[in-house]
Each structure stands twice: as C-alpha cells, then as structure tokens.
Design a binder for this molecule. Structure first.
Ligand code: ADP
Ligand code: MG
Length: 271
C-alpha cells in the first residue's frame, strides 16, 4: 500500500526571522521619499511590496538591509528590527546585517567571468566563512538545488556565470545569496527582466524557499503578487508627497476585499 502521509518539510538549520520596519522616513538631500513607514514582514512568509513607480519601494527595500548606505546617499529615520534587534544599532556591523538579510536585484548580476561553482561561493569569503572542500561541494549542490538550477548545470560547474541564460543567471544569484544562509531574502523585481517561463521557475523557487527564509519581494506584476505572497503592502506617493503604505494585510484580503479605494484601483489595474 502506498503511504500517503506527507511529512512536514523540516529544513535543517533553517531559521527565518521576522523583519520589522518602524517609522521609516527617508530623504535624498531635502527630497523626502518615505514618510513613517511601518511594516512587519513575518518569519517564513512571503511579503509583496506593490505600488506605482517612484513611490519608494526600492529605497525601502535597501533600507531593510542597509544596502542604501552602499549604493545611494539616502538619509534615514526609524528602526529596522530583525527578530527584535535593531540592525542600525551602533556596534552592529553593516556586514552582519547584509549577511543575515540577502538581496536579489532586478537585473541578474552574477560575476560573468567567474565559474558557476565560484559564483555560488562568492559570499563566503566576504563573510569570512570557512568551509572544507567537501563542505563547499555540498553547499554548491544544496544552493543550486534550492534555486532550481542544479539539474541544468551540474555537469558544467566550471563554466562562467555569463554563459547562462537570463533566467538561469537570476537563479544563480538566488543560489549565491542562499550560500551564506540568510534569514531574510529581499528581491527587487527579480523577474521583470525575464521571460514568462523563467518567471514561473523563480516563483516556484520562492514558494519552496519560504519555509527557511523570510522573503520580501517588490513586484509590478499583480498576478505574481497574488500567486507568491502571503502578505502584501501597497505603497503610494501621490502628487509629489513622500511614499506611505496605504494598506497592508493578508494578500487574499488585499486583492479580494481591499479596504481602501486606491488599493482596489491599483490591484485592478486602474492606475
Ligand atoms: P520605486 O522603487 O517605488 O520605483 P524608488 O525607491 O526607486 O521608487 O524611488 C523613490 C523616490 O526616490 C523617487 O522620487 C526617486 O526619484 C527618488 N530616488 C531614488 N533613488 C535616488 C537616488 N539615488 N538619488 C536621488 N533620488 C532618488
Ligand atoms: Mg524600484
């Protein structure tokens, strides 16, 4: 007789964290782009950030792992708590925040001349993580498997990252970010440069990953937000005012019974 009991998936070592943004305001010079944004992104769930261009989603996402300190000059008020600990606390190292809170960008950015194998391991050195040769082989296989890429590339791990298709490159970037075992993964429009098939593969990966890493995804694709996310936040910056969250909650409710008329208009494609 076939045993139909499905065991709950237990992920060894997985430790997804709850990320909470509290009263985040941000400025570029004197231009205020976010106004007191608060949001809880629950552990082991997918949170989608939606809203029109220019309302501060990418800025907000970068603030969540201190990436804005590296690539923009935004100044900031508010706190970001990773399981209750402020990642901006004096004494907490910026590299620590970025290791625990990984990021995948819109445009796939593997190291093009570096082998697939070394691409996956690229973050270890930066984070001073040592692994034995066997440990490295296992980690590369594990991360590529989780990113849904192992079967396609296992016989050509020495090829350069740049030799892959766009969708494969994005999955390689996901594998690379998983190798340091982040507790949260931030994704800024990870599929908007990809074709529908590659997009679907990434969505499947997101669904499988969320039990081990909290995911926050910015997307302009409302069907995608509805498919992949458990909770959703709608950002808006109207008429030059800074971005705020108009509404947030369970994704089903946001899409089928939004409380705010502007949310209803946005999710139904009316602006
Ligand atoms: P979204 O991701 O929702 O499209 P962004 O966070 O990219 O929005 O941008 C929010 C606002 O901040 C916009 O008005 C944008 O012009 C401005 N902005 C974004 N990045 C910078 C930057 N590096 N320097 C100055 N202004 C910026
Ligand atoms: Mg953006």
């Amino acid at each position: 007789m076939v045993d139909t009991l499905v065991q709950p998936r237990v992920v060894a070592g997985a430790n997804p964290a709850t990320l909470r943004a509290e009263d985040i305001s941000a400025w570029f010079g004197t231009h205020k782009v976010l106004d007191r944004v608060s949001l809880t992104m629950p552990a082991g769930r997918v949170t989608a950030l939606i809203g029109p261009s220019g309302c501060g989603k990418s800025t907000f996402l970068r603030i969540l792992n201190r990436m804005h300190e590296l690539i923009t000059s935004a100044s900031l008020a508010g706190r970001v708590l990773l399981d209750g600990e402020d990642i901006y606390d004096r004494g907490r190292r910026i590299t620590h925040a970025r290791r625990e809170i990984g990021m995948v960008f819109q445009k796939p950015n593997p190291f093009p001349a570096m082998s697939l194998y070394d691409n996956v391991l690229a973050g270890l050195k930066l984070n001073a993580i040592k692994a034995s040769r066997d440990g490295k082989d296992d980690l590369v296989e594990e991360c590529l498997t989780k990113a849904g890429l192992w079967k396609e590339v296992k016989d050509r791990l020495r090829q350069p990252g740049g030799a892959l298709s766009g969708g494969q490159q994005q999955r390689l970037c996901i594998a690379r970010s998983l190798a340091v075992r982040p507790r949260v993964l931030l994704m800024d429009e990870p599929c908007s440069a990809l074709d529908p098939t590659s997009t679907r593969r990434i969505e499947e990966t997101i669904a499988e990953l969320k039990s081990e890493v909290t995911i926050v995804i910015v997307t302009h694709n409302m069907q995608q937000a509805a498919r992949v996310s458990d909770t959703c936040a709608f950002f808006l910056a109207s008429h030059g005012t800074p971005g705020v969250i108009v509404e947030h909650g369970e994704t089903d409710a946001m899409f089928h019974a939004p409380r705010d008329e502007r949310t209803a208009d946005y999710v139904n494609g009316r602006f």
